[in-house]
Design a binder for this molecule. Structure first.
Ligand SMILES: [Zn+2]
Length: 329
């Protein structure tokens, strides 16, 4: 019964990393990656956002250049996944067409605005590479904004810009114009609230959880959830154990994930919540250890009392609505 429901759903995982350096093992699959084509097929996971993740370095010319080179290299790999079985999609219509043809859809993304190396004209290159969202930061402040988690090893004080920098504000305007969603996962609360104020398009949190249930700086508190809702955006509850429950309470499970989804749905509406794994980037919880076990998420959402149409909204429809809304005509 459940597997029938799962098979009918348009399942989209909004945040997955790729192993780096690339090993060219996506199509054939590998036991040491959580997401590859065989596991997506086995788990009935139909669409994935694959992120080019750029670690935060020092805000110096050489490190900025290194970040930009890596971002381009990673996007070449993500776009190179295109095959008879895989469609790299930059628009929702392309994605729907791919799924109806039985292909897996890949949506490119960037994790960390440091990728730009401080040059906003590079956003045009990202858009041309199909990128549909970019997190403003990772851990550690960058040229665009303050992060939720400062990195003392990089010399970070608690705040660098008081939220967004002037460049960060410009970046948001340019991202809006290019159809690249502003992702506030990893951003400081100040950054997030200012971005929500500024953006003409919905704000997303591609992989974060509810702070009211787990007091972690990577999670969004109730005030942030309401602000995110007001932009028309979506928060994608993620399979990171430390964001779902305290370590002293043990490892989190799919039921903890569903508990966070339920909390957010009750607070701001089921239209503003989704799910993500953060696989190959640290995500892994009991019951959802790789893409092959994705049906367990559907089971947990049904156990949490969601109707099938709600599960469909959570698994993909909400995120696709936001993607479509931000698309450039
Ligand atoms: Zn992340």
């Amino acid at each position: 019964m459940t597997s029938d429901i799962h098979d009918r759903l348009l399942t989209l995982d909004s945040h997955i990393d790729i192993p780096w350096p690339d090993r060219n093992d996506f199509a054939a699959g590998s036991s040491d990656r959580q997401v590859d084509l065989p596991k997506l097929r086995a788990g009935g996971l139909k669409a994935v956002c694959l992120a080019a993740y750029i670690p935060q370095g020092r805000l110096e010319a050489e490190e900025r250049q290194r970040a930009w080179v890596r971002a381009q290299d990673m996007l070449v790999v993500i776009n190179g996944l295109q095959s008879d079985d895989v469609a790299v999609c930059s628009r929702v219509a392309m994605l729907l067409e791919a799924l109806s043809a039985g292909r897996v859809a890949v949506v490119p993304a960037v994790e960390n605005g440091h990728a730009l190396g401080g040059d906003l004209t590079r956003l045009d290159h990202l858009a041309a590479s199909g990128v549909r969202y970019m997190t403003l930061t990772h851990n550690g402040h960058n040229d665009l904004a303050d992060a939720a988690i400062p990195l003392p090893a990089l010399g970070n004080e608690p705040s660098l810009h008081g939220g967004l920098s002037a460049l960060g504000r410009e970046a948001i305007a340019r991202m809006n114009a290019l159809g690249i969603l502003v992702d506030v996962s990893h951003a400081a609360k100040t950054t997030m609230m200012q971005a929500a104020e500024l953006s003409r398009q919905p704000i997303i949190a591609s992989h974060s959880c509810a702070r009211a249930l787990c007091d972690h700086p990577r999670n969004l508190d109730d005030e942030q959830l309401l602000r995110l809702r007001d932009t028309g955006g979506v928060i994608q509850i993620t399979a990171m154990s430390s964001f779902l429950k305290r370590a002293t309470e043990g490892k989190a499970s799919v039921d903890d994930l569903a508990r966070h989804v339920r909390y957010v749905a009750d607070r701001i509406g089921v239209a503003h919540v989704g799910v993500s794994s953060d696989f190959d980037g640290g995500g892994q919880i009991i019951g959802w250890s790789d893409a092959a076990s994705s049906a367990a998420v559907t089971d947990a959402l049904l156990r949490a009392g969601f109707a099938e149409h709600d599960v469909a909204a959570i698994w993909g429809e909400n995120f696709l609505r936001v993607l479509a809304q931000a698309e450039v005509a």
